[in-house]
Design a protein around this ligand. Structure first.
Ligand code: ADP
Ligand code: MG
Length: 234
């Protein structure tokens, strides 16, 4: 019965989200359509509107992208052995060019840590979302520091720290709420997806932040050994 309730809970959450996503997507599409109608009459063609249309379409793209990861069913049997330090290293190498361009210093520091069990695509998505938030939070002299550490009792700890704008307590409490965003072009789906994925991996996500000082997002994941132990107990 427990399982049944949980399943129906999940369904209504997904349905609610779908309604929200549809709504969020309709607004930018209406804007784009409006401008296109305007452009049919050639004199009203305007480069500024074109830029706006592009931005709105990009917004639609990120909403769909972020939502799809969540709506897709995932199966425990697809979990693979993952070296989280290697995964992060690869991801940061990809980010480096962009962060150099916008003058952000990216630091990476990893201890040798045990293998974990997970879905590579999902975990990548988590760190992309978190690093993107950090990039959006810092201004001049921005520093983003990524650390991988051993955590007691067969856990691995990953921290992403920035020296950006930080956030007040009320905001921290609302993180993970769908569509909660303080950005003009935010989707407010990024952290919700992170929470879901980390939960799905048997881990936890903590956020520590201080206004004008910066933010630290910490993810604690069980190692492969820990997960095997748990499975034996069941
Ligand atoms: P989005 O980035 O689209 O706004 P998210 O779910 O990724 O949505 O983040 C929700 C909100 O949390 C952001 O709008 C921002 O206010 C806050 N936030 C997230 N990460 C940080 C950070 N590193 N520093 C400051 N604020 C943050
Ligand atoms: Mg975000």
């Amino acid at each position: 019965v427990d399982d049944l309730i949980r399943k129906s809970d999940k369904l209504s959450v997904v349905a609610q989200l779908a309604a929200g996503v549809a709504h969020e997507i309709r607004n930018p599409l209406t804007t784009v359509k409006g401008f296109l109608q305007l452009f049919q009459n050639e004199e009203s063609y305007n480069g500024y509107y074109l830029k706006l249309m592009m931005e709105e379409l990009e917004r639609v793209e990120s909403i769909i992208y972020e939502y799809l990861t969540l709506a897709k069913p995932n199966y425990e049997q697809d979990f693979q052995n993952i070296r989280i330090d290697t995964l992060l290293k690869q991801l940061l190498t990809l980010t480096e060019t962009h962060s150099n361009m916008i003058n952000i210093k990216l630091e990476f520091n990893a201890e040798e840590v045990p293998i974990i069990l997970g879905l590579e695509k999902e975990l990548k998505q988590v760190f992309i979302n978190i690093i993107r938030n950090a990039m959006e939070a810092v201004e001049e002299n921005g520093i983003i520091s990524v650390r991988v550490r051993n955590h007691p009792d067969d856990f691995v700890c990953i921290q992403v720290e920035d020296n950006g704008c930080g956030m007040p307590r009320e905001r921290i409490e609302r993180l993970g709420e769908p569509f909660y965003s303080t950005k003009e072009r935010g989707t407010g789906l990024g952290l919700m997806v992170c929470y879901k994925i980390i939960e799905h991996h048997g881990g936890i996500l903590n956020v520590y932040s201080e206004v004008n000082r910066g933010t630290k997002v910490e993810i604690i994941l069980p190692t492969l050994k820990k997960r095997k132990k748990e499975m034996l107990m069941i």
